[in-house]
Design a protein around this ligand. Structure first.
Ligand code: C5P
Length: 327
């Protein structure tokens, strides 16, 4: 969205992996995946403005929020730089002046929710908007993949089947109504490369059952599923992540937290991506909010253990059923 004063504002949604099958290791060190991603209503908010500051030559970034993460690993500046490189310079090309970016972070950092990748995608699309630049779809796709493996998903918008390293994105019809989601993110660092390294050290390939579950869900979501039908599958989906075992080897405390959540909530609990975020599905946002209050009380009472230095982040949200990419 471009405001009359030239300010570009975009929401950068989090994603949830409903399934994640690791097909195998590639020659480039990345892994081929088969994963169903859905966007969440939980989103960061990015604003971009062409900087009028005298003499400014570089893009700038200011981040607000309870957990902003290290600026050095933030993908906003990388997203703007990728957009500038893809537009190119020279006669006939629109000018790409420096941008001042402001990010309000609400998505937990390094949590398996792809908040950083979504910020990078929003910055890439927002920079093009701010400059009034257009790119052919193939150039967009190549530039997006250069920012990070999860970035192409956020350019497509909506639920999608993700294959390859993340660059093959097939849109799915998704869920036809509200699905509440409870996210519990323990305050422990679980680095994605470490989880994939444990996967490589312990397994040849992913579990065939996980892949079958992922293929089945992709087929079903391709035609569209009702919220009730998705909730019926929650038990299968909570087990359909090849990175669950490796993530618990990287952070053994996750096992006790997941068990305690299942016991407290009486529902299946899955891991998003490489974690450490644990998820539970509900018929509505209101139900997810009630579950968030239950988890908060159980953590205070000590019946759900706190791993890490502080209490986990507890967020109630929904699966986003809008069609547009990172509005
Ligand atoms: O592309 P991105 O920087 O988000 O990936 C972070 C890390 O996750 C990579 O360095 C790699 O270790 C791992 N990864 C992978 N296969 C993928 C995606 C990520 O091995 N498809």
């Amino acid at each position: 969205m471009t405001a009359p004063d030239g300010l570009v504002v975009r929401l950068a949604p989090a994603k949830l992996n409903l399934t994640l099958a690791v097909i195998g290791r590639r020659r480039d060190g990345f892994h081929d995946l088969h994963s169903v991603f859905v966007p969440l209503a939980l989103a960061d908010r990015l604003s971009l403005a062409v900087t009028g500051a005298p003499g400014s030559r570089e893009d700038t970034l200011h981040v607000d929020g309870p957990d902003t993460g290290p600026l050095a690993t933030n993908l906003v500046l990388k997203g703007i730089a990728a957009a500038r490189a893809a537009v190119g310079a020279g006669p006939g090309r629109p000018p790409t002046p420096p941008l001042a970016a402001r990010l309000e972070k609400r998505i937990p950092v390094a949590a398996g929710l792809a908040g950083g990748s979504s910020d990078g995608a929003a910055a890439f699309l927002g920079a093009l908007d701010a400059w009034g630049a257009d790119l052919a779809p193939e150039r967009r796709a190549t530039a997006a993949a250069s920012i990070g493996s999860d970035v192409p998903f956020f350019l497509a918008g909506g639920a999608a089947l993700i294959e390859g390293r993340g660059e093959r994105v097939s849109r799915l019809s998704g869920v036809s109504g509200e699905v509440g989601v409870l996210l519990v993110t323990p305050a422990v660092p679980v680095r994605t490369p470490d989880v994939f390294a444990v996967f490589d050290g312990t397994r040849e390939r992913g579990d065939g059952a996980v892949r079958l579950s992922s293929e089945h869900l992709a087929q079903e979501l391709g035609n569209g599923l009702t919220p009730a039908a998705l909730l019926d599958r929650a038990g299968v989906l909570a087990a359909a992540n090849d990175l669950l075992g490796p993530a618990t080897l990287v952070e053994p405390g996750l096992v006790a937290v997941r068990r305690a959540l299942m016991r407290t909530l009486g529902r299946p609990v899955g891991l998003s991506g490489s974690g450490p975020t644990l998820w539970t599905l509900y018929p509505s946002r209101t139900d997810a909010e009630a579950a968030a209050a239950t988890v908060d009380a159980a953590i205070r009472a000590g019946t759900i253990p706190t791993i890490g230095a502080t209490a986990p982040s507890i967020i109630a949200t929904t699966i986003d059923t809008h069609e547009e990419p990172s509005r």
